[in-house]
Design a protein around this ligand. Sequence first.
Ligand code: ZN
Length: 273
Amino acid sequence: MDGKIVITCACTGAETTKAQNPALPVTVEEVVSAAVEAREAGAAILHLHVRNDDGSPTASPERFREVIEAVRRKTDIIIEITTGGAVGDTAEERLRPVVLLEPEMASLDCGTVNFGDEYIVNDLPTMRAFAREFKARKVRATLECFDLGHVYASHILVKEGLIEAPYHYGLVLNVPAALPWSVANLEAMCQALPAGADYTVMGIGRASLPSQYAAIARGGFIRVGFEDNVFYSKGVLAASNAQLVERAARLAHEASLKPATPDEVRKHLKLRS
Ligand code: ZN
């Protein structure tokens, strides 16, 4: 990826609401538009959660299928579906869309994590079960780590042969009641990665912008989008996901980096074709 940087757009998430930002894409049409615009602005990967018609989060494979097919018709962006789901989903519910739909990529949470007053449980047997299904279906995992211990937990999956190279991590910083954002915390996670691993830095809320600078400085990849942060700057709501992607691409350009295209990422991460 010499001279290139990979930008992921996490356009919707499970917990963000239209009350927080009215431009949040929720319906199938809104998500398709967000995906097309994000791709045009420089995103190569769409990190996807889906919602019911009333805006509540769902892990329904039917809704995932509907959104994925609609996005596919309009853009070549890589679709990475969540298996983190929403607070309260069972592991089975979270995994079902991967089993039925076999996306190119999906997130795989590498440990239990607080989400403010809530929590999402990912014990090692659950992680193994997920990794086994990913491997059987050649779905590339984004190994999401919300804590330094999660990075070490991922090594167990690697050692057991359940996760194979090329490795792609999502290093998530600043989830409330989880690991706070700091360059030192990011560095500690990076130092613990397997040799040669790629990683996307995911800074939540006000950590989003410094995380982008850190990713550029350290050779990581960028994630932006309303799942992580609904603001453009302090007190100013982002107009769209694309506006956030545009800025990420602009920062990258200033550092002489070009946003990688979906096909370049497919090749680099050896995605199933
Ligand atoms: Zn997500």
